[in-house]
Ligand binder design. Structure first.
Ligand code: HEM
Length: 169
């Protein structure tokens, strides 16, 4: 049993590092750089999404983190029955888990918007038309809003995951 817990914790924490690290990098550095570099930025997004499959790989890391987390939660709460659920630690991990799931949902929405940006960028032949520019602006604004929400939710999730086991009610 212990080895299963080790494995779940490794998958959970390594997946979480990859997922949260990628989301924070995208929100605070890569996204704004794409916005500031016009056509070059569009080529960059195309490569990141189509060749490097950034969105798909982030979804896999997020899915593994949430699945391993859910199994650990199931184990710690003895299938949602033990007093652990109402303890300080149980409450802390629950708040962290809910925030992580909010981050997951917004991550899926970012993936869709970024894929649409890559598709729109691929239609550019030379400088974009005013209509294409307007569409791209709308997508960029959506991406920035969703990214900020996902980043804040994931920072809250990581914070609670880091300290939950020391909570006392
Ligand atoms: C943002 C995503 C997440 C990150 C970065 C993350 C990170 C972590 C870390 C670092 C720990 C170790 C804490 C410790 O040992 O004191 C942990 C434990 C735990 N996490 Fe998460 N977590 C995330 C999402 C989730 C989700 C979605 C769930 C549940 C659905 C969850 C459930 C748990 C549980 C139950 C533990 C305790 C495991 C144990 O007893 O050893 N986590 N998490």
């Amino acid at each position: 049993m212990t080895y299963w817990i080790w494995l779940l914790r490794i998958v959970h924490i390594v997946g979480g590092v990859f997922w949260v690290g990628g989301t924070l990098m995208m929100t605070f550095f890569i996204g704004p750089t794409i916005g500031a570099t016009a056509e070059a930025g569009q080529k960059f997004v195309g490569h990141l999404m189509n060749n490097l499959k950034f969105s798909n790989r982030m979804s896999i890391a997020a899915g593994l983190t949430v699945t391993a987390g859910a199994l650990l939660y199931w184990h710690d709460s003895a299938g949602f029955t033990s007093p652990w659920l109402h303890s300080g630690a149980g409450l802390g991990f629950t708040i962290g888990a809910i925030s992580a799931i909010v981050g997951f949902v917004f991550g899926v929405m970012i993936g869709r918007v970024t894929t649409n940006m890559a598709k729109l960028g691929a239609q550019f032949q030379g400088p974009p038309t005013p209509e294409q520019m307007a569409q791209m602006q709308t997508l960029r604004k959506q991406q920035a809003t969703y990214s900020t929400i996902a980043a804040v939710a994931l920072i809250i999730a990581v914070t609670f995951m880091a300290i939950a086991r020391y909570f006392v009610l």
